[in-house]
Design a protein around this ligand. Structure first.
Ligand SMILES: Cc1ncc(COP(=O)(O)O)c(C=O)c1O
Length: 394
């Protein structure tokens, strides 16, 4: 073995984001003078709210940008706890709130807390790709459970029960989901929590898109799972609803008995979440910021209401209306057997960038693509016109 090239075996199991290749190809087209409609990007186009930027500037000007507690600054932990009470009617003690470097760090901490080598975590396929990689890095086994329109592209209590094995440690659900934008109905989520508890496992719920719910008031797993709420890990983030992707700030609500171990892990893995971002994020919960974000949520809803019928009209299969987030997961098999080739050809021919299903798992990945409505309406309309030209000729 050549010591200069040898790496740990776990690296081989980590797949790159195919969407990055789409993005690189799109940038190359733009450099060559073409215009591209970007529907591949999973981050909001809206800028960080002005009060948040002003709070960050004050924090920097005030000096003292030092490490904080690994659990986050107390004011922010309290503010998040109040937010759960006001927005979701959930009474969460601030001591259960751990502020993290994005929800990515929250997911990594929780996996590091729970998963031993060869233990399984059940996930939906399709699902957010990093989750299976977090489990792999810890030498656990991510088990992708194929899901489709019958269950809203989400896990159900029945699927969990049928897939559970002696090696299963827990279940991870994202609701609303990336890539499908669909949610687990509250009664089903409650059943899943009861099932997982009965089987002696742990339930992790990723609610990073929950604030972006369009058809009904958002309901946190912390309110719908009743007696099981104290045992949940609920992950969330400032990235999406608050338009703070680059600030790298998220959180996890953990069962009180695990906070000390999560603190130890955070101290060792990254010392503390970013200090300026934490001070800035305090402004997220001011009424003016919340009013602005609600306006933006409504703009996302309008985009969804335009895009989904337009894609259906063109012949894409969208059997379940996405109710949150900013993604549409569409069946493209009417146009091409392989969605990766479809994405490449679409970009090349008419300059529309979308993501192939392959990024989100294996289950019917070749038959699906993901559209992100993270661009303004005029650009979405342009994208749909271009798509119409492309698929009309097929
Ligand atoms: C479902 C889901 N969870 C977690 C993340 C991680 O986001 P962040 O680390 O910015 O909070 C993403 C990002 O796209 C996501 O889609």
């Amino acid at each position: 073995m050549d010591y200069r090239t040898a790496t740990a075996a776990r690296v081989a199991g980590i797949a790159p984001f195919h969407v990055m290749e789409v993005q690189t190809a799109a940038r190359a087209l733009e450099a060559a003078g073409r215009t591209v409609v970007h529907m591949e990007i999973g981050e909001p186009d809206f800028p960080t709210p002005a009060p948040v930027i002003a709070a960050a500037q004050r924090a920097i000007a005030g000096g003292g940008v030092y490490y904080t507690s690994a659990l986050g600054i107390p004011e922010l932990r309290q503010a998040i706890s109040r937010h759960y009470a006001e927005r979701f009617g959930a009474a969460i003690a601030p001591e259960r709130v751990i502020v993290t470097a994005g929800s990515s760090a929250a997911l990594l901490l929780v996996m590091a807390l729970l998963v031993d080598r060869d233990q399984e975590i059940l996930l939906s396929d399709p699902g957010y790709p990093c989750n299976r990689h977090f489990v792999r890095v810890l030498e656990g086994d991510p088990v992708g459970i194929p899901v489709g329109p019958e269950t809203n592209y989400q896990l159900s209590a029945d699927l969990v029960l049928r897939t559970w094995s002696p090696r299963t440690r827990g279940v991870l659900i994202a609701s609303p989901s990336n890539p499908t934008g669909t949610q687990v109905p509250p009664d089903e989520l409650s059943k899943i929590a009861a099932t997982v508890a009965r089987l002696g496992g742990r339930l992790i719920v990723d609610e990073i898109y929950l604030g972006l719910s369009y058809d009904s008031a958002p309901q946190s797993a912390l309110t719908v799972t009743g007696a099981h709420a104290d045992d949940l890990f609920v992950v969330s983030s400032f990235s999406k609803y608050f338009n703070m992707t680059g600030w790298r700030l998220g959180w996890v609500i953990a069962p009180g008995r695990h906070v000390r171990d999560l603190e130890k892990l955070a101290q060792n893995l990254y010392i503390s979440p970013p200090t300026v971002s934490q001070r800035a994020a305090l402004a997220c919960f001011e009424p003016a910021t919340l009013a602005l974000q609600e306006e933006r949520r409504r703009a996302f809803a309008d985009r969804r209401d335009f895009l989904v019928p337009a894609l259906r009209e063109l012949g894409f299969g969208i059997p379940v209306m996405p109710t949150g987030g900013f993604f549409v997961y569409a069946d493209s098999s009417r146009f091409a057997a392989d969605s990766q080739t479809f994405c490449r050809d679409l970009l090349e021919a008419v300059g529309v960038a979308i993501t192939p299903g392959l990024d989100f798992g294996r289950h019917r990945a070749e038959a699906h693509v993901r559209f992100a409505y993270t661009i303004e309406m005029a650009k979405l309309e342009d994208g749909v016109d271009r798509l119409a030209r492309f698929v009309g000729g097929r």
